[in-house]
Design a protein. Structure first.
Length: 157
């Protein structure tokens, strides 16, 4: 299994999802027991649906437990070159062709939310930015073509 890097926010988000799923699993167990008491399980839609849903929840719980157990937390308060782009960085850049300015925060895949300005560190854009410093110009290969970006600012919160 490859390393799983998470920020504190990402770790907390996964823990909250895990707690919610465990609560849902307990509620679903009660529903399945009630459906079981209704008789013939082969034709009991409530029972069949409950068991399928329970299976999905259990799979996700297992996945989250493994991710949380193996996660390596990234601490942006540590001493490192804060001008360099890495996981947890908020990068402000200018597209050299269009002149548009964009700001994205590089996050783990679990934390990614493009509508909130958080992109996965494994995305093509983030991969092209990793290791670059403020003031640098980079060429990034994206599915839509190559972009020339000037890194204006790198910030860690």
């Amino acid at each position: 299994m490859s390393d799983i890097y998470l920020t504190k926010d990402g770790f907390d988000k996964l823990q909250a999802e895990l707690a919610n799923l465990k609560r849902q699993k307990n509620e679903l167990s009660l529903e399945i027991n009630e459906a079981r008491e209704q008789g013939d399980l082969k034709e009991n839609a409530g029972y069949i649906y409950g068991k399928e849903k329970q299976s999905q929840i259990m799979a996700r719980i297992g996945e989250l437990e493994v991710r949380l157990r193996n996660a390596k937390l990234v601490d942006n308060n540590m001493d490192f070159n804060k001008d360099e782009v890495r996981l947890g960085a908020t990068v402000t850049m200018r597209d050299e062709n269009s002149g548009s300015v964009m700001t994205y925060t590089l996050s783990s895949a679990d934390e990614a939310d493009p509508s909130a300005g958080k992109i996965s560190v494994s995305s093509p854009l983030a991969q092209g930015l990793l290791g670059a410093a403020a003031g640098a110009s980079v060429k990034v290969r994206l599915p839509s073509g190559e972009k020339h970006l000037a890194i204006l600012k790198v910030d860690y919160k």
